[in-house]
Design a protein around this ligand. Structure first.
Ligand code: NDP
Length: 302
C-alpha cells in the first residue's frame, strides 16, 4: 500500500519517520520524493494546500491529522467519491478542555483587567463572583465542545451549550446561549452554516462586558465586528487561538489591541504518538474492507 504524506504546516521530519515506523509494510512518500501518482491509495494530510491531492487516480482515503477539515472539504480537487476521515484522538480531546478552562479561569478571575491595570500602575480591586454565578457558553458540543462543556461545568461554571442536534450533558443547559454567556467559548467546525456566525448582531446578544474565546476557526468571527465591539467597550476581552490568516500577519490590529490575547493556534496539537495509532487503525480497516473511523460528512462539512 502506498501513502502520500502532504502537509501545509506540520514538519515532515517529525511525521514521516514515525509513519514509516508505525506502518512498516506501507510505502510512505512525501511530495519531495520521486513516486508514481497512480500508486497512491492513501493521503495522510495536515492542512494541505488546496489542489495538493489532485491527479491521484488510485486514491481511496484521505486521512487528516487535524480534527478540523474545513480546508479539505472546501477543496474541489479532492474527489467527491473519496472518503475523508478526520483525526479524533485522545490527547487533543483532553488538551482542548484544558486550554478552554485556562482561558475561562483567566477571564473569570479578571486577570486581563488586572494585567491592564498593572501596565498603568493602577491599584484597584473589583468584586469577584464565584464560578457558580458566571455564565459560560460553549458553541459546538462535538468531540471537543462536549468535553469542554463538561469540564467547565465540573469547575462550577453555569454552562450553556449550542449544537445542531439536541444534547444532554450533566450540568449543561442547552437553550439560551448567547444572552447567558459572560464568557463565550467557540468550538464549532467551520462550515457554510457557521462561517461568520459571530458577527455584529450576534455579538450584540452577549451581555455587556462579555468575553470571547475563539478556539474553533478564525472565519467564525467577523474581525471588524469584534474589534468594533471591543473598541466600544461593549465586549471586555477576546482570547483568539485561530485566525482567518495564519500565521497572523504582522500588521494585524489583533497583535497590539489591549483587549485581545493572541495565541498561535496551540489549543490542541496533533502529535505522532497520539495520532498515528488512529491512522494505523484506519489503514488496517481500509485494507480489511471494514467501516472507517471518524468519517466526515461532505454535505454538512464536518
Ligand atoms: P465535531 O464535529 O465533533 O463537533 C462539532 C459540533 O458543532 C457538533 O456539536 C455540531 O452539532 C456543532 N455544529 C456544527 N454545525 C453547527 C451549526 N450550524 N449550528 C450549531 N451547531 C453546529 O467537532 P470537534 O469538536 O472535533 O472540533 C470542533 C472544531 O474545533 C474543529 O472543527 C476545528 O475547527 C477546531 N479545532 C481547533 C483546534 C485548535 O487548536 N484551536 C484543534 C482542533 C480542532 P451536532 O452535535 O448537532 O452535530
Amino acid at each position: 500500500m502506498a501513502i502520500l504524506f502532504v502537509t501545509g504546516v506540520e514538519d515532515p521530519a517529525t511525521w514521516v519517520p514515525a509513519l514509516r515506523a508505525r506502518l512498516p509494510e506501507a510505502r510512505v512518500y512525501t511530495e519531495a520524493d520521486a513516486f508514481d501518482r497512480r500508486e497512491i491509495e492513501i493521503a495522510v494530510v495536515a492542512a494541505p494546500r488546496a489542489g495538493a491531492l489532485r491527479d491521484l487516480p488510485g486514491l481511496r482515503l484521505v486521512q487528516s491529522l487535524w480534527m478540523g477539515v474545513d480546508g479539505l472539504v472546501a477543496d474541489p480537487t479532492v474527489p467527491r467519491g473519496v472518503p475523508i476521515a478526520r483525526m479524533v484522538d485522545p490527547e487533543m480531546t483532553s488538551q482542548m478542555p484544558e486550554a478552554a478552562l485556562a482561558h475561562v479561569l483567566h477571564l473569570h478571575r479578571l486577570h486581563d483587567v488586572y494585567a491592564r491595570q498593572q501596565r498603568e500602575r493602577e491599584w484597584r480591586q473589583w468584586p469577584q463572583p464565584l464560578a457558580g454565578r458566571r455564565g459560560v457558553g460553549v458553541l459546538g458540543l462535538g468531540q471537543l465542545g462536549a468535553r469542554t462543556a463538561a469540564v467547565l461545568a465540573a469547575a462550577g461554571f453555569r454552562v450553556h451549550g449550542f449544537s445542531r442536534s439536541p444534547k444532554r450533558i450533566d450540568g449543561v443547559e442547552t437553550h439560551t446561549v448567547l444572552a447567558a454567556s459572560e464568557i463565550l467559548v467557540n468550538l464549532l467546525p467551520l462550515t457554510a452554516g457557521t462561517r461568520g456566525l459571530l458577527d455584529a448582531p450576534r455579538l450584540a446578544w452577549l451581555p455587556h462586558g462579555a468575553c470571547v474565546v475563539n478556539l474553533g476557526r478564525g472565519e467564525h468571527i467577523v474581525d471588524a465586528d469584534l474589534l468594533a465591539a471591543l473598541d466600544a467597550g461593549r465586549l471586555r476581552h477576546a482570547v483568539l487561538d485561530v485566525f482567518d490568516q495564519e500565521p497572523l500577519p504582522p500588521d494585524h490590529p489583533y497583535w497590539t489591541h489591549p483587549a485581545v490575547t493572541v495565541m498561535p493556534h496551540v489549543a490542541a496539537q496533533s502529535t505522532p504518538e497520539s495520532c498515528l495509532p488512529v491512522v494505523a487503525e484506519n489503514v488496517r480497516r481500509l485494507a480489511a474492507g471494514e467501516a472507517l473511523l471518524h468519517l466526515v460528512d461532505r454535505d454538512s462539512g464536518y
